[in-house]
Design a protein around this ligand. Structure first.
Ligand SMILES: [Mn+2]
Length: 429
């Protein structure tokens, strides 16, 4: 069995106001070719298909066109998609009735029965080229409010969901390797500053890697954008995003994971063979300077000297540029001067970061150059404000409460989806 694990496409995403559609097209075309070239049996997408709960029509068109193409060209291919924290569960599942349920499974949320998470309804048997069932996917989506207790104990409760899924899989499909999906932040993994939206699951921001039972052959994760292995022992991996979703990700090597499961099942769980296939970067990310910061005049000289080969292709494939400037005095015309220096160059100035020498304003901690508001997390702003007002760190219960509020606000217009999901969501399988 050859399973291709990918995640965090964020279709519909914009980078500082610039559309990413051309990059997504390049990635999806590459992915479609890779599925054929590598004779993939199943594609597993571990959440954050879309960037928002109400994605633009173009983003939905992209997904449907991709699915139609790969299913048509690869008659043996199965596709398993689960929802992430950016996806609206019912929106994600919308095309499912039009698709062959034997080949495509879309679970926007963990299905429920009698109001409780029902992981036994997440099982997807995978068939190999010979038509035999060779593995099972426990397609667990991002846990939604109500799936887990809110007052702590989230890891334990989610661990029980994974254990129940594994138990159901081994009783229905004895002896077959079981792959689980997940969309969450596992403690100890590397986050991308200001890129992934923090999540609260069962009262915890990061879950222990111990929630995945040792009996799982592989855990296909989404949410963190850096491709990385999480736990030793069981193979637990983040596929990572297909290309940088923020400037912070510009030095990553983006990839998909090709997971090969041994054909014969042993009493012990066979460790899967994992090959990372690097994704060609559709658009270059430049930073001026490469490290550190430049004084305004030096930055303008560097931009004037910037030599970028003219690109025959359209504007949406021009490199993104970030300029980091050290400011000792206000420079209200900086952006205009930077734009002038770049005039006629085939590059997109996505972001200008200004570092200030002073101790910073009301929220500066006085020890380092003040970071821009878009570089510090909301929780850090909250903590700094608390220290400024009360001269102490906020107590952990207060931070937890703040993070809850933040997650609720971020979930925002998810609410309609959630109501629909808690009341009427029953899975066909
Ligand atoms: Mn996510």
């Amino acid at each position: 069995m050859r399973i291709l694990h990918t995640a965090d496409w964020h279709l519909g995403q914009e980078l500082h106001g610039f559309e990413r559609g051309a990059e997504h097209d390049r990635f999806l075309n590459w992915l479609a070719r890779t599925i054929s070239d590598q004779a993939v049996d199943a594609l597993v997408m571990a959440g954050d298909v879309y960037d928002t709960v109400n994605p633009p029509v173009a983003a939905q068109t992209r997904l449907y066109r991709f699915l139609n193409g790969v299913l048509d060209r690869n008659p043996g291919l199965q596709v398993v998609i689960v929802g992430g924290n950016h996806d609206g569960p019912t929106r994600l599942e919308l095309p499912a009735p039009l698709l062959d349920a034997r080949r495509v499974t879309i679970l926007g949320a963990i299905p429920r029965q009698d109001g409780r998470p029902a992981p036994e309804h997440c099982l997807v048997p995978l068939t190999d080229a010979g038509g035999r069932i060779g593995a099972v996917v426990a397609a667990i989506a991002y846990p939604r409010p109500g799936d887990l207790p809110v007052d702590g104990g989230g890891s334990a409760a989610l661990g029980q969901i994974y254990q129940a899924a594994l138990d159901a899989a081994t009783s229905r499909f004895p002896g077959l390797p079981v792959i689980a999906t997940g969309h969450l932040h596992v403690a100890g993994a590397t986050v991308s500053e200001t890129s992934e939206r923090p999540v609260m699951i069962g009262g915890e921001e990061a879950m222990s890697a111990g929630i995945f039972p040792a009996g799982l052959a592989y855990v296909a994760l989404g949410h963190l954008h850096r491709a990385q292995r999480v736990a030793a022992g069981t193979a637990v991996r983040y596929a990572g995003s297909p290309f940088p979703m923020s400037m912070a990700e510009r030095n990553y090597r983006h990839s998909v994971a090709l997971v090969t499961l041994a054909p014969d099942t042993e009493p012990d769980i066979p460790l899967p063979e994992i090959d990372l296939i690097e994704i060609p970067r559709p658009v270059a990310f430049l930073r001026v300077p490469a490290d550190g910061a430049l004084a305004p005049d030096d930055a303008i000289a560097a931009l004037t000297a910037l030599d970028i080969a003219p690109m025959p292709e359209h504007a949406e494939l021009r490199p993104f540029l970030e300029v980091v400037v050290q400011l000792d005095a206000p420079a209200p015309d900086l952006r205009r001067r930077l734009d002038a220096a770049l005039d006629g160059k085939p590059v997109r100035l996505a972001r200008v970061r200004s570092l200030h020498a002073g101790a910073g304003g009301t929220l500066g901690d006085g020890t380092a150059a003040m970071a821009g508001l878009d570089e510090i997390s909301p929780a850090e702003v909250f903590a700094r404000l608390h220290r400024q007002r009360f001269e102490t760190d906020p107590p952990s219960a207060l931070i937890d409460g703040f993070r809850h509020l933040l997650a609720d606000v971020a979930a925002g217009d998810d609410q309609d989806d959630l109501v629909a999901n808690t009341t009427g969501h029953e899975v066909p399988r």
